[in-house]
Design a protein around this ligand. Structure first.
Ligand SMILES: [Zn+2]
Length: 331
């Protein structure tokens, strides 16, 4: 009886919100995964549609709302909850929201399988993820929605007609300046600035924060202190400031804990083992490193690529990263 009441209550709750219909009553012994599969949806979509449920504690009789349309029409706003579109506030204390528009590729996954599981076409997945073939690397993030477009007008343009070279110098710092400056008076004794690439085609601070918490179990969230976007999920060259910088916490981006204590981590979104670093990200990286050095003039922050400092072999930030050109400017 209680179960029925509860189901009824949930139903009432659901319909009072005027939701578009479809619901599913949990049967004995069913898991969210089984339900997702039988209803041609994904666990992520179900969790999103039923934010109050605990996926590990489903009760027979519980009524779940079924996601009405797993695939948004191409012209609708693809990702209403896209982090970068919300306020540029620090990702610090915000509860991580699962970016349901992404999946982490597991061993044995194929584009066809992921497309099938998410009611998508292989073509769309390829387009949204800038994939030319169908090979996937486990561990990578795959986008399940069309990428939002970030017109460059959201950032100051580097138009050559701009008459003020002094301010042009800081076009990428300026929007993030208050956050970069925030811990100015209590900076750690940083010795290095280490640059990484995300190894993914897209992403932003909030997305990395979510995955580092969820899949790597990092309680301090995103392993890097800064993220420089590539126009996929944040602006091209846009600097995002992580909570580890705001709170002056050690990084989580190097294999050695003692190096993490003294190394600021900057992540360039992109995979520079297959793509070239663009001009806006390059300019932004240079601006950021130079600005950080000015914040702490008495210390000479040394600039390193991840592969030059890590205690374990890595190719990061990718073999196409313009290593000598950047070193020439920043050493
Ligand atoms: Zn790295």
């Amino acid at each position: 009886m209680r179960k029925i009441l509860r189901a009824g209550f949930l139903c009432a709750l659901l319909f009072s919100h005027n939701l578009p219909a479809a619901s599913y009553t949990v049967q004995k012994g069913e898991t969210l995964y089984q339900i997702a599969k039988s209803q041609s949806t994904s666990v992520e979509a179900l969790t999103k549609a039923n934010p109050t449920i605990n996926p590990r504690r489903l009760h027979p009789g519980d009524v779940l709302r079924l996601p009405s349309s797993p695939t948004p029409p191409p012209n609708s706003d693809p990702t209403p909850s896209t982090p970068a579109k919300t306020s540029p506030s620090p990702i610090a204390q915000t509860q991580p929201t699962p970016p349901t528009e992404w999946v982490r590729i597991k061993k044995g996954d194929s584009l066809a399988k992921i497309a099938r599981e998410n009611n998508l076409t292989i073509k769309d997945l390829q387009r949204w993820n800038r994939l030319s073939g169908d090979s996937l690397r486990s561990g990578d993030l795959l986008r399940l929605r069309p990428p939002p477009s970030y017109p460059s007008k959201t950032l100051p343009t580097s138009s050559p007609s701009s008459p003020k070279p002094a301010t042009r110098e800081l076009i990428f710092i300026e929007p993030a300046r208050a956050q970069i400056d925030a811990p100015k008076d209590r900076l750690r004794d940083w010795e290095y600035i280490v640059v990484h690439h995300s190894g993914t085609s897209g992403g932003n601070a909030k997305i990395f924060d979510y995955f580092h918490r969820q899949t790597r179990g990092m309680e301090n969230g995103m392993a890097y202190h800064f993220v420089i976007g590539n126009g996929s999920d944040s602006g091209d060259g846009q600097i995002e400031v992580g909570s580890r910088w705001l709170q002056q916490k050690q990084g989580g981006h190097l294999a050695s804990e003692s190096l993490n204590e003294i190394a600021i981590g900057i992540c360039l979104v992109g995979d520079f083992s297959t793509h070239r670093l663009g001009p806006r990200q390059t300019a932004s990286l240079i601006e950021l490193v130079q600005y950080l050095r000015k914040l702490k003039p008495d210390s000479k922050l040394k600039f390193r690529l991840h592969r030059e400092i890590n205690t374990k072999p890595t190719e990061c930030p990718g073999k196409l990263f313009p290593s000598s050109a950047i070193h020439e400017i920043l050493d």
